[in-house]
Write a protein that binds this ligand. Sequence first.
Ligand code: SF4
Length: 321
Amino acid sequence: MITELLKKASVAELTKENAVALLQTKNGSREFYDLLALANEMTRNEYDNKSYIFSQIGLNAQPCPMNCKFCSMAESNYVMDGTFLKTMDDIEDILETVRQLIAAGTHDLFLMTTAHYDFEEFLNISREVKKVLPDHIRFVANIGDFDEDKAMLLKETGFTGVYHIRRLGEGIDTDILPERRIQTLDVIKKTGLELYYCVEPIGPEHTYEEIADEMLRARDYGVEAMAVMRRTPVPGTPLADKGRISSLELAKIAAVARLVTKPSRSMNAHEVTPLTLSGGVNQLYAEVGANPRDLVQDTAGNRGYGVLAARDLLLDAEYEL
Ligand code: SF4
């Protein structure tokens, strides 16, 4: 069965049922490694063995009213070790961080905020960041939901793409309606911004059907840069007790996502686990500033990898940068 599906994956689109069947592969079995091998082969062949480092700067750490039950910055459950807010007053600091990330070898630069960060201020900062970004570096916003007018403003500011997802458990583990997330996804597509997608945050309780739905959603939107992320059980958050999936499980889900979604540029699994680099992952994230999975305000040097560490891992896996 798995062998037949792997043959099909090379030449045709997989259905949701196919995706679920692949996700049911026993971790550590021969079929598990066959699955990783195919994802690896497709990535190395189709992407010419190229790999990428995306860097994200979290601009604020403040109580967020969206109350995601896995997030260290949820208003109902704030467990980060303090708060901070970067504004135009901090622009020189922000630009210095951007310059360092560029010099270290960042391919795509992301700016992230909590859901209610002031949009005008975000644009003001982004205009300054855009001025120091070389043309070949893609510029990506990771912010709350927005409408078409705001999408156009993001484009005018110089953003090439947006990280946006319908989370697993959206509307149950978060205070955001899934429909609102879909509206924003549609706006991103309609306005010609590149959508960066991720199946996240994957916990042990999520079904393979739910996970497969997000892989197909990403495919339907024509995603070029795809990702999967396991949920980090942040101490003190409501979902921490549910635990986390293993790195083998994450590697399997990443490999299946690679086969089902068939992103045209890159595949990521987060947080970094070396095994996934043998299973079709060719893109890693470096993180600076706030991070919903961390308890400290600057994730760099804590949960967040730096660009150089990501670079070392990709080169060690015999990828080119
Ligand atoms: S994950 Fe994002 S939207 Fe959800 S509470 Fe945290 S900062 Fe807010």
